[in-house]
Design a protein. Structure first.
Length: 187
């Protein structure tokens, strides 16, 4: 009787999806301003991942920006994409003025609109929280030797697809395990 075994492709896929789950945990437990958690996360893989790549290609054609096509290829060549977004349209009550409003009350009352890629304006502290969550997530991937790269253009497509419907800003982190990191030396 042959001992049980897990073939390379199956084991790597399962491992990558487990790392993606751990990245969600890292994003959730990352420090947040005033302890208020407005971070949103999900994992896109299989058909949902391909839908993100298709939307990126559509945006590339609309805007004549080849970078969207290049990054869409990276998404297609990845096992999964970790999406991390934020509800940036809520203030934290510090009245810092970074949003160009006199105070947080004025910011909260201001109409939030969709710009070219994201909704705004956003509270700077919520955007900082997003950055810290992204850093925590990619740290986990790096510790576990999983290739990854934070990509703005993935977030643009994910927002159009409403993959995190409450998010005002989204970033995407594709992950893969290949013989060479596919996210660098790109053309």
């Amino acid at each position: 009787m042959c001992p049980p075994k897990i073939e390379s492709a199956k084991g790597e896929r399962e491992g990558l999806l487990e790392v993606a789950r751990l990245m969600l945990v890292a994003a959730r437990t990352a420090p947040k301003t005033a302890g208020i958690d407005d971070i949103l996360t999900c994992i896109a893989y299989d058909e949902e991942k391909d839908a993100v790549a298709e939307m990126m290609e559509k945006i590339a054609d609309e805007r004549k920006i080849e970078g969207f096509k290049r990054d869409a290829k990276n998404v297609r060549d990845s096992e999964a994409v970790v999406l991390i977004g934020v509800r940036g349209n809520k203030s934290v009550g510090l009245n810092c003025g970074a949003c160009e409003n006199k105070n947080c009350k004025e910011f909260d009352e201001k109409e939030k609109k969709l710009g070219q890629d994201f909704y705004g304006p956003n509270c700077i502290f919520k955007v900082l929280d997003l950055g810290i969550a992204l850093g925590s997530a990619v740290k986990i991937a790096g510790i576990l030797n999983v290739d990854n790269r934070i990509m703005y253009r993935i977030g643009t497509a994910a927002l159009r697809l409403k993959l995190l419907p409450e998010a005002t800003v989204i970033m995407g982190i594709p992950i893969s395990a290949k013989g060479k990191n596919i996210y660098f030396d790109r053309r």
